[in-house]
Design a protein around this ligand. Structure first.
Ligand SMILES: Cc1ncc(COP(=O)(O)O)c(C=O)c1O
Length: 461
């Protein structure tokens, strides 16, 4: 039987370490960080010191004590993993993720089924139909990418761009800059049209870029979550096609939100449109809707080189999602629970109706604007017609510590009011009113929290 010592450990640990470093003991099991304040159990098994935080690993200690003759080279399991998982319930009023619908969370705990089984194919088909409805498109290549919004962005870029191809990228915030980076990593050339956050690109600026750079694709962010803008898209698709370019649009932080028909995938000539699950769809970040026009498919079919990413190869994925004639082939193991949750997020929109969703986002964003004005706050985007109704960017008044206000909201009310990105860090707050959180009650609650924080942190004259 191995000796077992239980005691305040600081002195003992020092001695053990000394023995190990001086070669008197064979091994002090690595991986256990023990502070001097901790009580630990020390068990010596076959001249090997095993160190366990008191309480957390009692059963492990017992196991080692009783199987003293067995020499183990396995390191200790992380103590925190032996504790139950706890997740606080926060109110996520930042630019995303938003809180998920209860039905969506429930779907996430349904049993797994095989991803090549009939029942799963039916769920995939529901998702395809749901995305076609959300995007108001009949594009056959409409499916979901396994990954978050960024994965859909990357998939769009690597399918449409080959090495040396030029992408004209509208950069009026974080997401255009990100796309430009992805294009360059793909060996393509990114020509940026830069605008300050809070502004959008005009048709003239886009046309100028098309004439000058002769790009293969144009990329625009429909709903900027860093600058709070909604990029006007009317006429852009036609303009791009006139110059032989395809139009790729990011709608992660907007689709399902504003009153508009400009997002209709095949109406204004958008060739690739994608979004994410974690905002208006009120689902966890998981799999992300994407849709390719016939023009985009033709471009992909005429590529001289293979798509650099197998995982994001749209033709392979289209087959896996049953969007072509061929029998479905294994491509990767679908994110099974992610498919359940996205299906339910899409079902929520389908049951409610898109028009109702648009109306809710319009009403709630107006409530937010009115409330912010009453608090004496200014929005970054002055022109209401180019505001993203899903993410509102608010200027931090002179002399107010932006972080102190966000921290107060989180610490006191578990409410997320996000800060700014890049050069707007410390200068703005961002409030997202999307999906499950798009209710007058949530808006009022958030305004009340903000008011309370400002009363403490804003010394008005
Ligand atoms: C406009 C926009 N595009 C893309 C993304 C990337 O999505 P994700 O973070 O889910 O990968 C985000 C995320 O907030 C976004 O707001």
């Amino acid at each position: 039987m191995a000796p077992k010592i239980t005691r305040p450990f600081c002195a003992q640990l020092g001695k053990c370490l000394q023995q190990v470093t001086s070669g008197q003991a064979t091994q002090l099991n690595a991986g256990c960080v023990v502070t001097q304040k901790q009580m630990v159990n020390l068990t010596i098994v076959n001249s090997t010191f095993k160190v366990f935080p008191a309480g957390a690993l009692q059963s492990q200690v017992a196991a080692f004590s009783t199987s003293a003759s067995r020499k183990s080279s396995v390191s200790q399991p992380p103590a925190r993993l032996l504790q139950p998982l706890t997740v606080p319930n926060k109110i996520l009023m930042g630019p995303g993720p938003s809180n998920a619908y209860p039905r969506v969370l429930a779907a996430g705990s349904l049993p797994l089924i095989g991803h090549l089984q009939t029942e799963f194919y039916e769920i995939m088909d529901d998702i395809k139909a749901g995305i076609q409805y959300l995007f108001q498109t009949e594009n056959e290549w409409t499916f979901a990418i396994s990954g978050t919004g960024m994965a859909a962005m990357e998939a769009a870029a690597v399918n449409l761009l080959e090495v040396g191809d030029v992408a004209l990228v509208g950069v009026n915030g974080f997401w255009g800059a990100r796309l430009a980076e992805i294009a360059e990593r793909n060996g393509s050339v990114a020509q940026r049209i830069e605008k300050p956050m809070g502004q959008v690109l005009s048709l003239e600026e886009i046309e100028q870029g098309l004439k000058e750079h002769k790009p293969k694709i144009v990329f625009l962010t429909y709903g900027e979550s860093s600058g709070g803008t909604a990029q006007p898209l009317k006429g852009v698709g036609e303009l791009c096609h006139k110059y032989g370019a395809l139009l790729m649009v990011d709608s992660v932080a907007i689709v399902g939100g504003p009153y508009t028909n400009s997002v209709f995938c095949d109406f204004p000539g958008i060739d690739v449109l994608y979004t994410g699950a974690q905002k208006v769809l009120g689902s966890p970040p998981s799999i992300s809707p994407i849709s390719f026009s016939q023009r985009a498919r033709d471009k992909i079919a005429s590529r001289k080189t293979k798509v650099r990413s197998f995982y994001f190869d749209a033709a392979e994925l289209a087959n896996y999602w049953g969007c072509d004639e061929g029998p479905r082939r294994y491509h990767h193991t679908g994110m099974i629970s992610g498919n359940y949750t996205l299906r339910e997020g899409l079902a929520e929109i389908a049951e409610k109706g898109l028009e109702k969703s648009w109306e809710q986002h319009s009403t709630c964003s107006q409530l937010l604007y009115d409330g912010l004005e009453k608090l004496g706050l200014e929005l970054l985007v002055k022109d209401k017609s180019i505001r993203n109704p899903c993410v509102t960017v608010i200027k931090v008044p002179e002399g107010v510590d932006a972080k102190a206000v966000s921290d107060y909201a989180m610490d006191k009310h578990q409410t997320e009011i996000a800060g700014g990105f890049g050069y707007l860090a410390g200068k703005v707050w961002r409030i997202g009113v999307m999906g499950y959180n798009c209710t007058p009650e949530r808006v009022d609650q958030t305004l009340a929290v903000l008011k309370e924080a400002l009363d403490l942190h804003w010394k008005r004259n």
